[in-house]
Design a protein around this ligand. Structure first.
Ligand SMILES: Nc1ncnc2c1ncn2[C@@H]1O[C@H](COP(=O)(O)OP(=O)(O)OP(=O)(O)O)[C@@H](O)[C@H]1O
Length: 309
């Protein structure tokens, strides 16, 4: 895979001295969906704003499609579509006209077939002649995406596309993103919803206090950092935990009727076989076994709180 966006040593200090980005290095591959996760104020919007040319960097370098965003801004910007957090659309304009107009702003020739395809992909075609003010919030957001796609960018930045929308709308937004990915658009998505990253992203980047803590394939991250919990339901409750089990890090569940053991999913040996032998030797009888996997949310919270300590 080749990088479509390359970020090297990017820093940003706002007037007043706040250092919002502290040397970000990031390679974004063509065709991937990358999700940037981070708590409020982590620096996600600042990073996106610099790549899209809305904010100037204090140091470092960004290229898009090989074009330096500082020296070759127009060529870089042409490859980028941006859907910002705030909705701002021309309320009295018709859907189709606002999308056509945006294409014109980039100096692109009119292309009604393309506009139709974009509006159909976003299930806005039936609404093409409606005034934007008559649309629901979710529809307005789709209009923003249609506008961002009108000049055929190769990279689309979506800054919290599903913030504050209901579950149904979120799922339909995911459908839209999947379709765009199929069309080969590279998507960078910031979100507070971990499940959104889990569902959509090929890779996840975790940012906190202006630093990129990691960028990793979503599945790999979950295997590497994920932990599983084995709960052993006992046939009869016990009042004390046998010493051999306590040494293994086992804890006694509520009311003594279960044993709880947490292990690393990436470890070669989980210790479960030995644990089961020790349980038998301690004279305990199993009623049931169940395992639960930690979620990306657990991993994220662990990373972010770890980095603030
Ligand atoms: N124009 C500005 N002037 C001064 N400080 C700013 C400015 N814009 C952002 N900041 C600060 O920079 C830091 C990073 O903000 P940023 O908006 O990039 O975070 P974020 O990760 O996008 O957060 P959120 O999820 O809340 O949107 C914050 O501490 C913020 O207050």
């Amino acid at each position: 895979m080749t990088s479509i966006v390359s970020v090297q040593g990017l820093t940003k200090v706002f007037p007043g001295g706040l250092q919002a980005l502290k040397g970000i290095d990031l390679e974004i591959e063509e065709g991937e969906v990358l999700s940037l996760l981070g708590p409020n104020g982590a620096g996600k919007t600042t990073l996106i704003s610099i790549i899209c040319g809305l904010t100037t960097a204090s140091g470092g370098r960004v290229t898009v499609g090989g074009h330096d965003i500082a020296r070759d801004f127009r060529a870089a910007r042409e490859l980028i579509g941006l859907v910002p957090q705030e909705l701002h659309v021309e309320s009295y304009e018709k859907v189709i006209n606002t999308v056509r107009f945006t294409r014109g702003l980039f100096g692109k020739k009119p292309d009604d077939a393309l506009i139709e395809r974009i509006l159909r992909d976003l299930t806005l075609w039936d609404k093409r002649d409606e005034k934007i003010l008559a649309l629901s919030g979710g529809m307005k957001r789709r209009v923003m995406i249609a506008k961002a796609l009108a000049h055929e960018p190769r990279v689309l930045f979506l800054d919290e596309p599903t913030a504050g929308v209901d579950v149904e709308l979120r799922q339909s937004m995911w459908q839209v993103m999947r379709k765009l990915k199929e069309r080969g658009v590279t998507i960078i998505l910031t979100t507070h919803y971990i499940e959104e990253a889990e569902a959509m992203a090929d890779r996840v980047g975790v940012i906190n206090h202006g630093e990129l803590l990691l960028v990793e394939k979503t599945g790999q991250l979950m295997t590497r950092m994920g932990r599983k919990t084995l709960t052993v339901e006992l046939a009869a409750p016990v009042s004390d935990l046998p010493e051999t089990l306590a040494r293994r890090g086992v804890t006694l569940g509520e009311d003594g009727s279960s044993l709880v053991y947490t292990y690393d999913t990436a470890a070669k040996q989980t210790g479960i076989t030995d644990l089961l032998a020790d349980i038998r030797e301690a004279g305990l009888h199993l009623a049931d076994l169940r395992t639960t996997q930690s979620s990306l949310e657990d991993i994220f919270v662990g990373l972010v709180t770890g980095s603030t300590q």
